[in-house]
Design a protein around this ligand. Structure first.
Ligand code: G
Ligand code: G
Ligand code: NA
Ligand code: MN
Length: 250
């Protein structure tokens, strides 16, 4: 496939880059973290991962791309620690094919260790598709991550195959409410309310995704949703722009 070969080329030729979207404490407005979102710079065009991640998953190239993301994230965190105060944790997206790789945890640990990046600065976002096939493996994998000090979030929560009985077994830290359930706020609030209650009951952090209107934010603040991200605060930004806007040089 042409696009597959191009993607291989992109990885080798350093055409991939990470963009950064802040996560905001909704009560104080402070930035509490940042999500790394990949982009493919193809000539003049910036290609969205929504287009190429499914192809990379299909072909297996996602494993090599995922390794690049991990390495890149650790390099950037090391650089930020050197040059900036109050470095926020970076969350990376891990595809299900990557999550089921038994070498994943040791790779993340090794990359972090070799660049002296403390594990609390790295967060892992997985989707429900990561644990539907082998729940015991998923529990063990997450356990390894959290006991090494990495935070683990379930991304796009509510859109996949979620079983509440599985959720109780997974040693995760955070649920991210998918933007599909933020979109309709405040009128359509049944699912967002339910996830917020679930998070409170289970003592999980909650992040609302895709906040792009003030009325959504107002509803979330009223319901004491602690953390959010979305275009209302910021789009994902190229590294230099993110640094200029959000980081304090030493
Ligand atoms: O940023 P954007 O909305 O274009 O992202 C589209 C999708 O691609 C989202 O589901 C997002 O989680 C996914 N994505 C973005 N960056 C990465 C990445 O580095 N690895 C993986 N596996 N998925 C990513
Ligand atoms: O699957 P994941 O949650 O990682 O996907 C995040 C995607 O959502 C990214 O592609 C990001 O660019 C996009 N995104 C982030 N904030 C908003 C928003 O406020 N509105 C919309 N429509 N998309 C957003
Ligand atoms: Na994500
Ligand atoms: Mn999401």
């Amino acid at each position: 496939l042409k696009i597959e070969a191009d993607l291989h080329h992109a990885l080798n030729k350093e055409q991939l880059e990470l963009h950064f979207q802040p996560k905001i404490n909704l009560m104080t407005g402070d930035i509490v973290g940042v999500e790394a979102l990949m982009r493919w710079r193809n000539g003049e065009k910036l290609i969205s991962p929504g287009v190429f991640i499914p192809i990379a998953e299909e072909s297996g190239l996602i494993v090599a791309i995922g390794q690049w993301v991990i390495k890149q994230t650790c390099m950037i965190l090391a650089e930020w620690r050197k040059n900036y105060n109050n470095v926020p944790p970076i969350a990376i997206n891990i595809a299900s094919k990557q999550f089921v790789d038994p070498k994943l945890v040791s790779q993340i640990k090794q990359q972090a260790l070799s660049r002296h990046v403390p594990s609390h600065l790295i967060e892992i976002e997985i989707t429900e598709s990561s644990f539907i096939n082998d729940i015991q493996f998923a529990i063990a994998q997450i356990e390894q991550l959290t006991s090494a000090g990495f935070k683990v979030a379930i991304d796009d929560f509510g859109t996949g195959y979620s079983s509440l009985s599985y959720l109780k077994l997974l040693p995760i830290n955070t649920l991210k409410i998918d933007r599909a359930f933020i979109e309709g706020l405040p009128e359509n609030d049944a699912i967002a309310s339910t996830i917020l209650m679930l998070g409170k009951q289970m003592k999980l952090d909650i992040v609302a995704e895709g906040i792009d209107e003030k009325k959504q934010l107002n509803w979330l603040k009223e319901k004491q949703c602690p953390i959010g991200q979305g275009y209302l605060f910021s789009k994902p930004l190229p590294k230099e722009q993110f640094e200029k806007l959000y980081m304090q040089p030493k």
